[in-house]
Design a protein. Structure first.
Length: 129
């Protein structure tokens, strides 16, 4: 008996499940300490790095300037800094013009929107539920 090929929906669902995991996944010792996610916009050369335990979000980009080519990370300020112990995950919207990501606290259900401001800092709005 031949196995059926997975549908696109099934593959997408598997990818989402692998990315978000379950609430205990970020606490598991074998879980990665960081999550990396790009915003949906294809016009922006940036990724976001999340510390799953502390919730700190940092935006990083590949830049070309007078010093040469480098990866530059923009420090977390205010609500993007480490906070209440997690587990945290990042999620992107499906809007292709969005240049930000959502940070979710899986324990409390709090959500905040995070972005790089002026190519200087990484910011998030205060958490909401």
């Amino acid at each position: 008996m031949a196995l059926a090929r997975p549908t696109r929906f099934a593959l997408a669902l598997a990818c989402v499940a692998a990315t978000l995991g379950h609430p205990a996944s970020a606490q598991d010792a074998s879980a990665p300490a960081f999550q990396i996610l790009a915003p949906p916009s294809t016009e922006w050369n940036i990724i976001f790095r999340l510390n799953r335990a502390t919730g700190e979000v940092t935006g990083c980009a590949y830049v070309e300037d007078e010093t040469g080519n480098a990866t530059r990370c923009y420090p977390a300020v205010e609500h993007a800094q480490a906070g209440e112990a997690g587990p945290y995950v990042l999620a992107a919207s499906h809007n292709p013009s969005v240049r930000s990501v959502y940070r979710l606290n899986e324990r409390t259900g709090a959500i905040s929107l995070c972005w790089v401001a002026g190519w200087k800092t990484t910011n998030c709005v205060p958490e909401g539920r």
